[in-house]
Design a protein around this ligand. Structure first.
Ligand code: GDP
Ligand code: MG
Length: 178
C-alpha cells in the first residue's frame, strides 16, 4: 500500500532580542537540543539553528532561529538581524526590571522598523527563580496585551513552557494555512 501524504510546511525566520544574560541562548538550546548547560558561555551567535515542529493539524513549522549576540552591544546592527523575520521573541529575566525595560525598547524598535505582520512574543525567562522575582506577571501581561504580543513565562533551566512558547508562536503565523 502507499499513501499519499501532503505536508504543509511553513518556514519562519525567528530572531531573539533582549538584554545580554536573560537566557536567549539557553532557550534556543533547550528547544533545539533539549539541553541546559549552566556553564556554557557559548552564544549560538553567527550561525543559526533550525528546528521543525509538527502541529495538531499535521502542518509543520520550521523555525530558522537567529540567536543574536551582536545586537546586545551594537544596537545599530539589529535591523540586519530582524529584517525579514516572521517572528521576534523578546526576552527579559523576571528577576531584572532593567531587562524588562530593555525588552520594551526592543518592542518599540520592532514596531518602528520590523515587518508589519511580524509575530512578537514577550518572554519572561528564569521563571524558576520566582523567589527573586522583580517583574510581576500582571505587569507583563498588561504590557503584552497593549502591544498585541503573546506573553509567556519560561525556564530554560527546568524546560518549563519552552515547547509551549514555540507552539504558540507557530499557531500565530499568518502565512500558515490549515
Ligand atoms: P543570553 O546572553 O541572553 O544568550 O543568556 P544565556 O543564555 O547565555 O544565559 C545567561 C545566564 O543565565 C547563564 O548563566 C544561564 O545559565 C542562565 N540562565 C539562562 N536561562 C535560565 C533559566 O531559565 N533559569 C536560570 N536559573 N538561569 C538561566
Ligand atoms: Mg546568548
Amino acid at each position: 500500500f502507499s499513501k499519499r501524504v501532503s505536508i504543509l510546511e511553513t518556514v519562519a525566520k525567528l530572531v531573539l532580542l533582549g538584554d545580554s544574560g536573560v537566557g536567549k541562548s539557553c532557550i534556543v538550546l533547550r528547544f533545539v537540543r533539549g539541553q541546559f548547560d549552566p556553564t556554557s558561555k557559548v552564544t549560538v551567535g553567527a550561525s543559526f539553528l533550525s528546528q521543525t515542529i509538527a502541529l495538531q493539524d499535521s502542518t509543520t513549522v520550521k523555525f530558522e532561529i537567529w540567536d543574536t549576540a551582536g545586537q546586545e552591544r551594537y544596537a545599530a546592527l539589529a535591523p540586519l538581524y530582524y529584517r525579514g523575520a516572521a517572528v521576534a521573541v523578546v526576552v527579559y529575566d523576571i528577576t531584572s526590571p532593567d531587562s524588562f525595560l530593555k525588552a520594551q525598547y526592543w518592542v518599540k524598535e520592532l514596531q518602528k522598523h520590523g515587518s508589519s505582520d511580524i509575530v512578537m512574543a514577550l518572554v519572561g525567562n528564569k521563571a524558576d527563580l520566582h523567589e527573586n522575582r522583580r517583574v510581576s506577571a500582571e505587569e507583563a501581561v498588561e504590557y503584552a496585551e497593549k502591544n498585541g504580543m503573546f506573553f509567556i513565562e519560561t525556564s530554560a533551566k527546568t524546560a518549563d513552557n519552552i515547547n509551549q512558547l514555540f507552539e504558540e508562536i507557530a499557531k500565530r503565523l499568518p502565512q500558515r494555512q490549515s
